[in-house]
Design a protein around this ligand. Structure first.
Ligand SMILES: Cc1cc2nc3c(=O)[nH]c(=O)nc-3n(C[C@H](O)[C@H](O)[C@H](O)COP(=O)(O)OP(=O)(O)OC[C@H]3O[C@@H](n4cnc5c(N)ncnc54)[C@H](O)[C@@H]3O)c2cc1C
Length: 457
């Protein structure tokens, strides 16, 4: 049923009944409310509800059910590139629900559905604690965690999803329930890495870790050294301890005013890393990379929340297109294959092509884990570019595909949920056993498939 069938009366009643705001096409504010972080996405939902509270979420879910609308929960819209069209859906924005509570004694955080990572990392750091945030401080805690959640502490502490201790969820039939090991265990399992297809998360609770400071930074090398740098980094990753999480990367900084002077319009091969060990050991650890002669070396001891700047992710919305793949290995041959497509001689428009080192805790099944107990791959490929027009978007897609194809011999059997930015289904981004279990849970909790999630089941 479309907006035309929703009586004005019913929409007025919903508006009166929620603390947040309700927009339908034509309303002033509708265009702003439907805008996602990913500016390449142009969704036109039948209705947008900006919820202020779990009660608003429940009211919106019940309204959608009564009027035959599907429900698309969304925080920031960082993951919106993987969504299907929302023409017959209610876009349920949680971006006003940013409350966070830190319990320093229990070493846990409780984050409302719309919290950004910086809303958690900064107050947690006041107690010497760190959360398993990703590289960007403005990505949403909920979407990131539902998809697993790979950050700078991942090789030591695993994915964020496996540190979730409880979730408040509004089920597709409009009930607010608590999911934890003793209540709704299937829901609890599903929201920890299985995506957001089984209900609307209203809040997540998670473990924090006693990490006050981290030795972290980046080595910037001239792009001409890309082959040497990536080969050395690859070898380095074969022996570094689990306390090191790192990225080998090629970056072509766009000539945009918001890029710092020393980087604007320049291209580099980089190694970025975060090390949880003693600073005294870091010099020896980094020596094999430093001897390649970086142009810039930013390694130093930083407070844990400053990890949010290490990867230089844009904090304002951008028209970006990206895609990724899990790799079983990043061998010498794989390194050569990557350098051949994005090294000095390439005319690639890709702003960033990175390989993240996995393994460590990520490779071992976490006890009592959710839908991604471990990652059955040793590295992760991800590339992204700014694509402000449809012509540039086509070129970017072509080049991104060429990079993915070049590494095809090393692809794992599935991709990472959070780094697949195209609308692929969940079976492509989860281990087979997990996908089967998610299917069963989805059928039980959402038999009419009203929840629209990225990577649908
Ligand atoms: C710049 C950038 C950096 C990134 N860095 C990392 C990284 O370091 N590590 C990593 O693992 N990932 C990373 N990602 C990927 C990111 O985790 C995903 O895009 C994730 O989906 C973003 O979550 P969000 O809530 O911000 O986005 P949204 O687009 O708001 O949400 C994404 C999806 O999550 C689900 N969802 C969101 N909120 C709810 C809810 N309340 N209830 C139910 N379902 C919900 C929905 O299916 C929604 O479509 C990055 C992405 C970008 C763009």
């Amino acid at each position: 049923m479309s907006t035309a069938h929703m009586t004005r009366e019913a929409t007025r009643a919903l508006r009166a009944g929620v603390a947040g705001e309700v927009f339908v096409p034509g309303d002033p504010g509708y265009d702003q409310a439907r805008q996602t972080w990913m500016l390449t996405v142009d969704e036109r939902p039948a209705m947008v509800v900006e919820a202020e509270s779990p009660a608003d979420v429940t009211a919106a879910v019940r309204f959608a059910r009564s009027y035959g609308l599907r429900i698309a929960p969304q925080g920031t819209g960082h993951g919106a590139g993987a969504l299907e069209p929302l023409n017959n859906a209610l876009l349920l924005r949680t971006s006003r629900m940013r409350g966070v509570r830190i319990d320093p004694d229990a070493q846990t955080a409780r984050a409302d559905a719309g919290a950004l990572w910086q809303d958690v990392t900064v107050p947690a750091s006041h107690h010497g604690l760190a959360a398993l945030a990703g590289t960007s401080p403005v990505v949403g805690v909920t979407g990131y965690t539902l998809g697993g959640g790979l950050g700078w502490l991942a090789r030591r502490y695993g994915q964020a999803a496996n540190s979730v201790t409880a979730a408040d969820v509004v089920t597709p039939d409009g009930q607010l329930v608590r999911a934890d090991p003793d209540h709704e265990p299937d829901l609890f399992w599903a929201v920890r890495g299985g995506g957001g297809s089984v209900g609307v998360v209203a809040a997540l609770e998670m473990r924090l870790y006693p990490v006050r400071e981290v030795y972290a930074g980046a080595l910037f090398f001239p792009l001409q050294l890309a082959a040497d740098v990536l080969h050395s980094w690859r070898e380095w990753t074969t022996w570094v301890p689990d306390d090191v999480t790192s990225v080998g990367r090629i970056m072509r900084f766009p000539p945009l005013p918001e890029v710092p002077d020393q980087l604007r319009g320049q291209a580099f091969a980089l190694v970025e890393a975060a090390y949880l060990g003693a600073e005294g050991n870091a010099a020896e650890l980094l020596a094999p990379l430093r001897q390649l002669g970086p142009d810039m070396d930013t390694f130093t001891t930083i407070p844990a929340p400053a990890l949010g700047q290490l990867h230089m992710d844009p904090t304002e919305p951008v028209p970006a297109l990206g895609d990724g793949a899990l790799l079983t290995d990043f061998s010498a041959a794989a390194t050569d294959a990557l350098v051949a497509v994005v090294g000095t001689d390439s005319d690639t428009p890709l702003t960033s092509v990175e390989v993240r080192h996995l393994g460590g805790t990520l490779g071992r099944p976490a006890s009592g884990a959710g839908a991604q107990p471990n990652i059955d791959a040793s590295y992760l490929l991800y590339d992204v570019a700014v694509a402000p027009t449809s012509e540039t978007a086509d070129t970017v897609r072509e080049h991104a595909k060429a990079v993915k194809d070049a590494l095809a011999p090393w692809h794992a059997s599935y991709d990472h949920y959070n780094f697949a930015e195209n609308p692929v289904t969940a079976d492509a981004v989860l281990p087979t056993d997990s996908y089967r279990r998610i299917q069963e849970i989805k059928t039980r909790y959402d038999p009419d498939s009203v929840i629209v999630s990225r990577h649908p089941v």
